[in-house]
Write a protein that binds this ligand. Structure first.
Ligand code: 5GP
Length: 338
């Protein structure tokens, strides 16, 4: 584990509100409980529960959003999430979050993103607290509950914020909800405007949608759990990089066991893949832990892990200057880790 911690790493699939420390969530819940706004004992139980199905995960997010949606808290959780990634030698992170309104707190979707960017936009040099270099970029998530208009509004917001670290758009949210045709116009528009797009794809069996998503040729996809032979063929010929979240997939029973995980097949086929945490808070994991699981479950040695981590630089949505800087960080680390 120590070696996995010390190796530089790239995180490309991390939901902001899924990456909050349990201690912070409990503190926030206690604060609202003391004010009589929530029943703390009920919420404590939900936060500390260990195994959750995918649908229970989405119920938990509804609770988390009640706790976190004001400006100061959004800035605080972003700061802590970046600190936690930096402390385990993540050198580049693409956080993703769904812009939210909270009229009672005077929060608009615009000011929500500003509260996130207050931390992330200033992080290119050195994280203030850990003194470690970490690049932070942001993806704005379209939630599958949204209408075409709301999705387009998210894209417009991303375009407005693109000079402050927003590099693309993600499609996420409960995969049992919504239709591809609803989001397609907004995603197409995003790409036409030069934003990168990543899609949660194949989290539930939905063959038609998987085909439509692969036909769209997104910059990356996340998960790819319920793919059938025809989908694998299409994916492999398209070379779309896949964000793989081992712990998340096991915890939500999206794959039956780690031995059956599609990492093995994609890795052997030399298909571009990147290990990610998804929701490090909700699933009690870290990126170092994901590498450790890959090492112990799939027999990856240090050299293979380092290569896997380094190759992820190719799939980031930031510009070539950042890629070059990251290349240098990995070259230096390769010498030091020899
Ligand atoms: P936020 O966007 O509020 O920062 O992060 C939490 C949100 O990310 C959830 O409400 C949900 O929309 C999305 N999310 C987090 N984890 C997953 C996941 O495993 N699958 C999907 N489809 N969406 C997720």
């Amino acid at each position: 584990m120590e070696w996995c911690m010390s190796m530089p790493k790239v995180e490309l699939h991390a939901h902001l509100n899924g990456s909050i420390r349990d201690s912070t969530l409990l503190e926030l819940a206690k604060g609202l409980g003391d004010k009589g706004l929530i029943d703390f004992s009920q919420v404590e139980h939900v936060i500390l529960k260990n195994d959750r199905s995918l649908s229970e995960v989405f119920k938990l997010f509804d609770v988390i959003h009640i706790l976190t949606t004001d400006h100061a808290t959004v800035t605080r959780i972003t700061k802590e999430v970046v600190e936690d990634f930096a402390s385990e030698n993540v050198v580049y992170v693409e956080l993703r979050t769904t812009p939210k309104k909270n009229e009672a707190k005077g929060m608009s979707k615009h000011s929500y993103i500003e509260a996130v960017l207050e931390v992330s936009a200033t992080n290119d040099k050195c994280n203030e607290d850990t003194r470690k270099k970490i690049f932070v970029r942001l993806l704005l998530s379209i939630d599958r509950r949204e209408t075409t208009e709301a999705a387009t509004e998210t894209v417009m917001l991303a375009l407005e914020m693109r000079h402050f670290g927003v590099v693309g758009i993600d499609l996420s949210g409960n995969p049992a909800v919504g239709e591809w045709v609803t989001y397609f116009p907004a995603l197409k528009f995003a790409r036409e405007q030069g934003l990168y797009v990543t899609l949660h794809c194949g989290e539930v069996p939905n063959s038609r949608e998987i085909h439509d998503m692969l036909d769209f040729l997104p910059g990356r996809i996340g998960h790819a759990c319920f793919f059938q032979e025809e989908h694998w063929r299409k994916l492999k010929s398209s070379k779309i990089p896949v964000e793989l979240c081992l712990t998340s997939n096991i915890r939500t029973l999206s794959v039956p066991s780690i031995d059956a995980h599609h990492f093995v097949d994609l890795y052997k086929a030399k298909h571009p893949v990147v290990l990610c945490t998804d929701d490090s808070g909700v699933f009690s994991t870290s990126l170092s832990n994901e590498y450790k699981i890959a090492a112990s479950s799939f027999g990856l040695g240090r050299k293979e892990m380092f290569e896997l981590s380094k190759n992820a630089v190719e799939f980031i949505f930031a510009d070539n200057t950042v890629k070059e800087d990251l290349g240098n960080i990995f070259s230096l680390a390769a010498k030091n880790l020899e």
